[in-house]
Design a protein around this ligand. Structure first.
Ligand code: ADP
Length: 242
């Protein structure tokens, strides 16, 4: 997709937990059509940034706007209405309903409310996008880790987001599953959704991301196209700890 106007705008964002400065003065613009890889060593602030962008926590300083809406005072359950959806590292589907209805209920709480009956056919489409349509009738308890993560992604796109945050969606997968997940992420990106993916596998991000943002000790260490960022001496140092 072509790169469009700014969708997510972070200005001077900081998050402190007592004396711990998890993020310090982060300013970041995310444009429509980007597929951003968010990387950094453990403890660099990636999860904190994802939690701030999804209104799960509030910044100590600074402002965050999504599609023009200030989200810093938004209750977390309203985030889908400004056009942002996220996945969690540990998916928690509802095991009392089928895979299809897990996605259908996510649609019902999205930007265009509708009944379960209306939502079910749409749920099938989202399941096809993540290549899980053949498992629509089973309970999530029967799915393996990879399939659960795909279901988590299907539930996220069900709210019809403009921006999708994927928090370590490839963690713990084998190489064939990673290839499959990469295909799914590309398909979603091509459908016009802007994506931010937190991922440790730099090799994967190198071929997937249009841009890479590196956090280190709560600040933005590097930001740019994958090739430039990966060959940046400061990035190499942060990763190798030298
Ligand atoms: P990453 O996701 O890159 O591993 P985090 O955002 O989880 O990094 O953490 C950034 C820093 O903030 C770390 O030093 C971490 O210990 C601290 N931190 C994160 N969440 C909390 C919290 N709820 N309470 C106290 N410290 C926290």
């Amino acid at each position: 997709p072509e790169i469009g106007p700014v969708l997510v705008e972070c200005r001077g964002v900081a998050k402190y937990f007592g004396g711990v400065h998890a993020l310090e003065d982060v300013s970041l613009d995310i444009r429509a059509g980007e597929l951003i890889g968010l990387v950094g060593p453990n403890g660099s602030g990636k999860t904190t940034l994802v939690n701030l962008l999804s209104a799960a926590t509030r910044p100590t300083k600074g402002t965050i706007r999504i599609d023009g809406h200030d989200i810093t005072k938004l209750p977390p359950h309203r985030i889908a209405h400004v056009g942002l959806a996220r996945t969690y590292q540990i998916p928690r589907p509802f095991d009392s309903m089928t895979v299809r209805d897990n996605v259908a209920t996510a649609i019902m709480f999205g930007r265009t409310p509708m009944s379960l009956r209306q939502a079910r056919p749409l749920a099938e489409q989202h399941l096809a996008t993540v290549a899980l349509d053949h498992l629509a009738d089973v309970r999530p308890g029967r799915l393996n880790l990879h399939q659960r993560q795909l279901l988590e992604i299907a539930r996220a796109i069900a709210s019809d987001p403009k921006v999708l945050l994927l928090d370590e969606a490839l963690a713990g997968l084998n190489p064939a599953e990673i290839d499959n997940a990469v295909r799914v992420v590309r398909r979603i990106h091509r459908s016009g959704i802007t994506i931010v993916i937190v991922e440790h596998l730099l090799r994967v991000l190198n071929q997937l991301a249009t841009r890479i943002v590196v956090l280190d000790r709560g600040t933005c260490l590097a930001d740019g196209d994958p090739q430039t960022v990966m060959s940046d001496p400061a990035v190499v140092r942060a990763y190798l700890g030298k």
